[in-house]
Ligand binder design. Sequence first.
Ligand code: ADP
Ligand code: ADP
Length: 237
Amino acid sequence: MLSLKSLTKTYRTGDKALVSVDIDIPNGQVVALIGPSGAGKSTLIRCINRLVEPTSGQVLLDDVDVTALSSSGLRRERRRMGMIFQEYALVERLTVMENVLSGRLGYVGFWRSFLRKYPQSDIDEAFRLLDRVGLLAMADKRADELSGGQRQRVGICRALIQNPALLLVDEPTASLDPKTSRQIMRLICELCQERGLAAIINIHDVALAQMFVQRVIGLQSGAIRFDGPPDGLSPDV
Ligand code: ADP
Ligand code: ADP
């Protein structure tokens, strides 16, 4: 369970990006975060793992107060938050397998992965994940040989191999065609259900969100303007 309590971010410039946001997301639930550009969506996602430091309020992940952690505690807790990015953020000259395994270190100690010999259990898990997303045959291909949809599947495996409690997903389909976008959204939602993961997906394509998620949160000027099932959304959101 992820709980945001009165989460507030005022940038040094005076921009009030988040104003006392309260959100609870139970395990297994996928929430789509929508809203116009500048609404605070990226700030919200980044405050959860403290890539952006909240000005006040709390982030609780399974009752751990992420906002109160020291840097070593934060490093540990970030391992429980898988991230999926718009531009995939793969290492192009590494193989699919190596990219997936790099997730075992998280983005903090990423470059150490080149020096590390992985335990067989990690390798087995990477194969299982690649099989689940339909990329088993591509394990030895270099990342730069893949299509956009295949890259995002690798990104999903890399996020999941750290066995997170939460997925933070930033515009996962913004670089993909409509059909591939639907496949990727379906895959992310299915995996969250299978694994009991809470997820928050920053997505500007409202129609796509409506197709796959049961809950949409609409942000505007840093505050929640809508929170409910997508069929309750008015067309002008
Ligand atoms: P969204 O992701 O919904 O487009 P953002 O979270 O990126 O919204 O931005 C929310 C508000 O905070 C905007 O007014 C934006 O200009 C401002 N903002 C974002 N990042 C910074 C920053 N690093 N410094 C100052 N203001 C920022
Ligand atoms: P994205 O929206 O693709 O996540 P960024 O994270 O780079 O883009 O920036 C988020 C928003 O914050 C943008 O709208 C950008 O204009 C704004 N922003 C970033 N840095 C600053 C800053 N130092 N001052 C004001 N606004 C900023």
